[in-house]
Design a protein around this ligand. Structure first.
Ligand code: ATP
Ligand code: MG
Length: 435
């Protein structure tokens, strides 16, 4: 008869003989009795080994296993008031599936502060810590929630190419790859493709996919590969429609994580505060004033920058808002595909900022062919380089707008994590290309 295979979440007093599998997290030998903490995906279970009652060979082997070895243990479940689960297992047999080398490259339970570099170099061990794994359980849930809310709002999920003969916005931040002897680029964003799709009748689309940026900057919020959640929608009256959509999506995701991610938030010892709605819609001009009043002398047209964004974040926090839009940036500072605000030097663009940091950019796009070409020329781009994109504007293009959100930025801000790398399994940055 085979024993029921259980884990630390499903095992119960009264189960009789069970089999559990996991990593030997810790062993304590107290002479007459030994304890092993066995860890699996859901938590830990105590194995209790009273020396007198256990086969000496089994006892000798199991209690001398190096930490982090993987075993499968069969034994009887006994009630215990000494353990968190209220039970312990008395082993009667075990299989060593994989013996761990020692010493370990870094500890799993040692309470020493390990440098981020060491952690990332040994990410497979780092991820054995429940509070690290919880971040990725939440990221997984976040993507599920995004899929739910997008589907509810009639958006179709699409997949656009990540290798291309031209980049979205041209220029500096493109990675080039050798494509059978020709130069190709990794996608910075799906911008051109999602706009082209607006001319097809697929009038609400979204994509969740990697975006690559050859930005040689070592900050806590930039990496060279991140997951971009992009949306594009047709038949908008103005960019207000796009902002309203994002607000609904982001609110759904944050609420969903708070409710359905509660068990992981507990592991992380974090509480999510759902940002107040409606998210205020500030203008760039208003923010410039806040920044100037805050002592940072920026001029009209300047980028708010990290420092400026932070000042706005502080002012908004005082007003009780963690999430807010900053709209109508100077048109010169925005990419060619953004629609200009007629008769002004501003544009129908916006950022969504969360606790003083940009998490999304979006806007209404210029859908009128002639004006789009004019805008490209004004920004020093050659329309001939964008032939395949522009063609989609020549034969009927609805008014449309959209956004791109870096999902790691959203997650990191929500959880108040100190670095975007905490939310990426194997981060890529200028000095990190492996593991
Ligand atoms: P920033 O000014 O903060 O570098 P950006 O304005 O260059 O960002 P966009 O081109 O507007 O970025 O990209 C849309 C979103 O993608 C950003 O709001 C951000 O959430 C995310 N994002 C952009 N670049 C990166 C990066 N290097 N690493 C992680 N996320 C990024
Ligand atoms: Mg931006």
């Amino acid at each position: 008869m085979s024993n029921a295979v259980k884990n630390s979440k499903t095992v119960k007093v009264g189960d009789g003989i069970v089999t559990v599998k996991g990593w030997v997290q810790d062993t304590r030998n107290l002479g007459g009795i030994s304890f092993i903490v066995l860890r699996d995906r859901f938590g830990t279970i105590q194995l209790t080994l009273p020396k007198k009652k256990i086969d000496p060979e089994l006892f000798g082997e199991i209690t001398t296993l190096p930490r982090e070895s993987v075993i499968s243990v069969t034994g009887e479940v006994k009630e215990s008031n000494q353990t968190e689960l209220g039970l312990e297992i008395i082993p009667s047999g075990f299989v060593l599936e994989s013996k761990a080398d020692s010493p370990l490259p870094m500890g799993v339970i040692d309470k020493v502060n390990v440098e981020m570099d060491t952690r990332l170099n040994n990410r497979f061990i780092d991820l054995r810590k429940p509070e690290i794994r919880a971040i990725f359980e939440l990221k997984s849930l976040m993507v599920k929630l995004l899929n739910e809310v997008m589907t509810e709002n009639q958006f179709s999920q699409v997949f656009t190419p990540k290798m291309s003969a031209s980049g979205a916005e041209g220029g500096a931040s493109l990675f080039s790859v050798d494509y059978f002897g020709k130069e190709a680029y990794l996608a910075q964003s799906p911008q051109l493709y999602k706009q082209m799709l607006m001319s097809t009748g697929l009038d609400r689309i979204f994509e969740i996919a990697p975006a690559f940026r050859a930005e040689n900057s070592n900050t806590n919020r930039h990496v060279t590969e991140f997951i971009s959640f992009d949306g594009e929608m047709s038949w908008i009256e103005s960019m207000d429609d796009v902002m309203a959509m994002i607000e609904e999506i982001v609110d759904y995701v944050i609420r969903g994580l708070k409710e359905r991610g509660a068990e992981y938030l507990k592991v992380l010892d974090k509480e999510i505060v759902v940002p107040s709605r409606p998210y205020p819609r500030l203008t760039y001009a208003e923010c410039l004033k806040m920044v100037n009043d805050g002592g940072l002398p920026l001029k009209d047209g300047d980028d708010l920058g990290t420092e400026g964004e932070k000042i706005v974040g502080d002012v908004m926090a005082e007003r009780g808002y963690e999430m807010y839009f900053i709209a109508e940036y100077p048109e010169e500072a925005k990419p060619f595909y953004i629609m200009e605000k007629d008769g002004t030097s501003y544009s129908y663009s916006f950022d969504l900022d969360y606790k003083g940091q940009e998490i999304s950019s979006g806007g209404q796009r210029e859908h009128r062919y002639d004006l789009l070409v004019k805008r490209m020329e004004k920004l020093g781009l050659n329309p001939e380089d964008f032939g395949f994109y522009l063609d989609a504007f020549r034969y009927g293009m609805p008014p449309h707008g959209g956004w791109g959100i870096g999902i790691e930025r959203l997650l990191v801000k929500m959880l108040d994590l100190p670095n975007i790398r905490e939310a990426i399994l194997f981060p890529r940055d200028p000095s990190r290309l492996s593991p």
